[in-house]
Design a binder for this molecule. Structure first.
Ligand SMILES: [Fe+2]
Length: 330
């Protein structure tokens, strides 16, 4: 026959042990999350203290009931059960209140952090644009050129991703990075003398050699900036774009004479976006090409100036290129 007293003692003993462990662990649960409770610190602190006291009360209660049963003090057992049931309801309510207050506080802190992160990203984007405008304004370029080329880069990135080409490389994050980096492609122009940069006529061979330096100048500036970061940022891809956006598929470009896949994908995308925009824009030495004329020039450059994959992506999205060029015209 089962000894019910022994079973009760075993259950109460186990319950009391678990409660003792809970009290010991409780502090380690609250402490790490405390920094999120800044807004409701007082309320949560008070709830936590009362809840902790009730846990101690229960631990003592287990001990008293255990003794009551062991020493056969029946009247004590009845009172203890009544008191435990009475306070049990408050204990559970208080636990729920404490948890909901903690979750609400964490939620508020999280929302605050998300908002600050968004503001930081916006500030980063505006700072990049301001830097890029600085270089472009010296060259009589407008902000619209930067906006359009960023749009073209996104169109090409999306098209490559859709087609499954470079699937393990062209991720949404990669596309965001090249779009963010695109406005900086000519930032190295800040190092080119005005007399050459703003010369209305054709450049001499020597002057063109000086212009070519803008790729190195820009890449060096961004490399120095990137070296100060302790994490990988969009600047990694920006350096590649800035350095290699004048390379050509057949190796006849500058500054390094890279060919084919030696040219970073980001720079191959930028090259086409930049040339399409230059073709569609009026310059002191040429009129603006029509969209169809620009398409012909780009198609002719497939495999010589431009990467064949990028030209194909362009052809698949040329209508959207036309739309951007007309809606964001100078
Ligand atoms: Fe350039």
């Amino acid at each position: 026959m089962i000894d019910m007293n022994a079973v009760a003692l075993l259950l109460i003993g186990l319950g009391g042990s678990v409660m003792a462990v809970n009290i010991w662990k409780y502090k380690t649960l609250i402490n790490p999350a405390e920094e999120f409770f800044s807004l409701e610190k007082q309320k949560i602190g008070m709830l936590y203290k009362i809840h902790s006291l009730l846990m101690w009360f229960f631990l003592i209660g287990y001990f008293v009931v255990f003794l009551g049963i062991a020493l056969k003090l029946h009247f004590l057992g009845n009172i203890s059960v009544g008191v435990i049931f009475f306070f049990g309801a408050f204990f559970v309510s208080l636990g729920i209140l404490l948890q909901s207050s903690m979750l609400l506080s964490i939620r508020r802190s999280h929302d605050d952090l998300v908002k600050k992160n968004q503001q930081l990203l916006q500030t980063e984007n505006v700072t990049i644009l301001a830097l890029a405008y600085l270089a472009e304004m010296r060259d009589h370029e407008t902000g619209a050129h930067l906006e359009r080329t960023s749009c073209y880069v996104r169109l090409l990135g999306n098209e490559l991703r859709k087609s499954g080409q470079y699937a393990d490389y062209v991720s949404p994050e990669y596309i965001d990075d090249i779009v963010k980096a695109a406005p900086l492609h000519d930032i190295g122009k800040v190092g080119i003398p005005d007399a050459i940069l703003r010369k209305p006529g054709k450049l001499t061979r020597e002057e063109f050699e000086i212009i070519k330096n803008h790729c190195d100048y820009g890449a060096n500036i961004l490399e120095m900036a990137e070296a100060k970061l302790e994490f990988q940022s969009f600047l990694r891809v920006a350096v590649k774009i800035v350095r290699s956006h004048h390379e050509k598929w057949d190796g006849s470009g500058y500054p390094d004479g890279l060919r084919n896949d030696e040219i970073p994908l980001s720079a191959r995308i930028m090259a086409l976006a930049d040339v399409y925009d230059a073709l569609r824009s009026e310059r002191c030495y040429k009129k603006a090409f029509s969209h169809e004329e620009a398409c012909t020039v780009i198609a002719e450059g497939k495999g010589t100036h431009f990467s064949p994959d990028i030209v194909e992506a362009f052809m698949r999205s040329e209508r959207q290129f036309r739309l951007v060029s007309t809606t964001l015209a100078d």
